[in-house]
Design a protein around this ligand. Structure first.
Ligand code: GTP
Length: 245
């Protein structure tokens, strides 16, 4: 019951009803496995940090928010983790499709995982190749900044890499700091919302449609139900723990 009340509060804060159709902004979140992609997306959209997630199958989350006073529907595509293999990078099909679909890409590594940092340049190349003439805006997020004792990527390396790639950089902690996470995503949304509809996405964006091959399946449909299910799972796990003590 408490959970439902909380969800209602979140919905009231961030998803008011609008009478005019809102602009749609599509963001794909890409990175190595376990870097906190899901945690970041859920933190941004719900303010909450949930410690445990099933391995990522690639959910699409959708929410209406206000950007500079205008209603905007933000769709955030969470993706399965990329990995480095002997012959290069292995990116699940779903993540590759998401790059084609998105208006903007959030590249994520964990400061505790050197391998995830080493993937970023290759992932950026994939984004550039998928974008063709119209490379989408990209931001680089270094997550898990709270785990100081486990740090494997120096704090100067992220900004340096971002400078080389020509994208903005944010070091964040999904677990400790909502404002950092929100700030990074929100600035990206503002940037996209300022672009004219022909460049940023609206429901029938010409640019996005051009980049999307008819053979590429669309990412999974909007899934707030899945979020609610996860909250319930976490809540019932906590209740079980309390009962068993
Ligand atoms: N300490 C700390 N842990 C985090 C942070 N972000 C995520 N985690 C933890 O890291 C683990 C992986 O987080 P996920 O959000 O599932 O990562 P993912 O990138 O979606 O993982 P895959 O689904 O395997 O691709 C979970 O145990 C999270 O609780 C953070 O900022 N700080």
């Amino acid at each position: 019951m408490r959970l439902i009340q909380n969800m209602t509060t979140i919905a009231e804060c961030t998803a008011p009803e609008y009478s005019v159709p809102s602009r749609v902004i599509k963001i794909a979140v890409i990175g190595g496995s376990g870097v906190g992609k899901t945690a970041l997306v859920v933190r941004f959209l719900t303010r909450r940090f949930i410690g445990d997630y099933e391995r990522n199958a690639g959910n699409l989350y959708s929410r209406e928010v206000q950007v500079d006073g205008d209603p905007v529907t933000i769709q955030v595509q969470d993706t399965p983790g990329a990995e480095m293999t002997g012959d290069g990078i292995s990116l699940p099909d779903h993540a590759a499709c998401s790059i084609q679909w998105a208006d903007a890409v959030v590249l994520v590594y964990s400061v505790t995982d050197r391998g995830s940092f080493d993937l970023i340049e290759n992932l950026h190349q994939l984004v550039v190749r998928a974008g063709g003439a119209g490379i989408p805006p990209v931001i680089l997020l270094a997550n898990k900044a709270d785990l100081l004792h486990l740090r494997r990527v120096d704090s100067q390396q992220g900004p340096l890499l971002a400078g080389t790639l020509g994208c903005s950089f944010y070091e964040v902690s999904a677990s400790e700091d909502y404002n950092q996470v929100h700030g990074a995503f929100h600035r990206l949304c503002c940037q996209l919302a300022k672009q004219p509809p022909s460049l940023a996405s609206c429901s029938a964006s010409a640019t996005t449609e051009k980049r999307r091959s008819p053979l590429i399946p669309r990412p999974k449909s909007p899934n707030m139900q899945d979020l609610k299910r996860r909250f319930k799972q976490v809540l019932s796990a906590k209740v079980r723990t309390v009962t068993s003590v």
